[in-house]
Design a protein around this ligand. Structure first.
Ligand code: PPE
Length: 311
């Protein structure tokens, strides 16, 4: 991976290589962590974090779901992130804040273990590649079902929950596909391993609701708002698995992946087998929003200060 100079660890800025944990860190054993994936773009108004506050808020919601009390406020995390990007002299980067049960005691009762918080920022290209975004990807319906609300907390972005995504991702990779699409526990369409899903048929855009065990994606929300501004109401409804083969267009959204057309699903072309017209139109406006080129979405940008706060 592309290293940067500094990492923020429990309130201190330390050199990248010094950001280490003990092997008996609770989260390493039991997945007791919550995290975010955020991006900073080199925008028209300078380096700026896309929907920063929404990501920080989701981090706190995830933490609450797993009884974790963060020793920092949302505002402290937000300010630390902006400062860290400036210190690392980055104009665009991926941002990974993580709160985790640290070192102190083992065993499944976690509440006595302190919560540590770190923030790392580094340059990270698109998850499914620039060519994936341009030409579309090949996806496979996973044989693994997405975690259900009966066993875990789908709306939380928690470390341990990602074993589910990892099983689906490796299965898809080994079978020669770019990405997996998971159904929920009752068999409705849910999402990708790290992206939400949208389906277009006869000009109507649909996306699964919270009750289909999705992670409530911030990119998903941005696309819903952008589509509405373009005159397309996105229908939020349960989508049956057998609606996928008859879709005209399918695309995925997520911070790491941004927005990616699915050109082939289970070896069959989606629509024409090329990124669809609506997908392309939405992607163009979405990119304008990310890079601050569209005034309507400037409120989504949290500008990075030109120089770090004096320490
Ligand atoms: N579903 C899942 C399971 C998920 O992990 C993500 C984000 C999304 C949907 C989309 O959410 P949002 O980024 O708010 O639009 N996945 C993050 C981590 C991916 C990774 O590989 O790590 C991300 O995109 O940063």
């Amino acid at each position: 991976m592309e290293q940067s100079e500094f990492i923020w660890m429990n309130g201190e800025v330390v050199p990248w290589e010094d950001a280490q944990v003990h092997v008996l860190t609770h989260a390493l054993h039991y997945g007791t962590s919550v995290f975010e994936g955020v991006r900073c773009y080199d925008t028209e108004i300078g380096p700026a974090i896309f929907r920063h506050q929404d990501h920080v808020d989701r981090l706190f919601r995830s933490a609450q779901a797993y009884f974790m009390e963060l020793p920092f406020t949302a505002e402290e995390i937000r300010a630390a992130t902006l400062d860290l990007i400036a210190r690392n002299k980055l104009s665009s980067c991926y941002i990974r804040p993580i709160a985790y049960r640290g070192y102190g005691s083992m065993g499944l009762f976690p509440l006595a273990v302190d919560v540590d918080v770190t923030i790392a920022v580094w340059e990270w290209g698109l998850y499914l590649g620039e060519d994936g975004k341009r030409d579309g990807i090949r996806a496979k319906i996973s044989s693994w079902r997405r975690i259900s609300p009966e066993t875990l907390i789908p709306y939380a972005k928690a470390g341990g929950q990602y074993l589910n995504s990892i099983l689906a991702k490796v299965e898809a990779h080994n079978a020669g596909y770019d990405e997996a699409i998971l159904l929920d526990h009752v068999g409705n369409v849910c999402e990708g391993t790290g992206e939400n899903i949208f389906v277009v048929r006869d000009g109507v855009i649909s996306t699964p609701p919270m009750t289909s065990s999705i992670l409530e994606g911030i990119s998903r929300d941005s696309i819903i708002k952008i589509a509405a501004d373009m005159g397309h109401e996105v229908v939020i409804r349960e989508i049956a698995a057998d609606e996928l083969p008859i879709a005209d267009e399918i695309f995925l959204t997520g911070t790491a992946a941004e927005m990616v057309p699915v050109r082939e699903l289970d070896d069959r072309p989606v629509g024409s087998g090329k990124p669809g017209e609506l997908t392309k139109a939405l992607l163009a406006v979405y990119e304008d929003a990310l890079y601050g080129r569209d005034e309507r979405y400037r409120d989504w940008l949290d500008p990075v200060p030109a120089s770090p706060a004096p320490s």
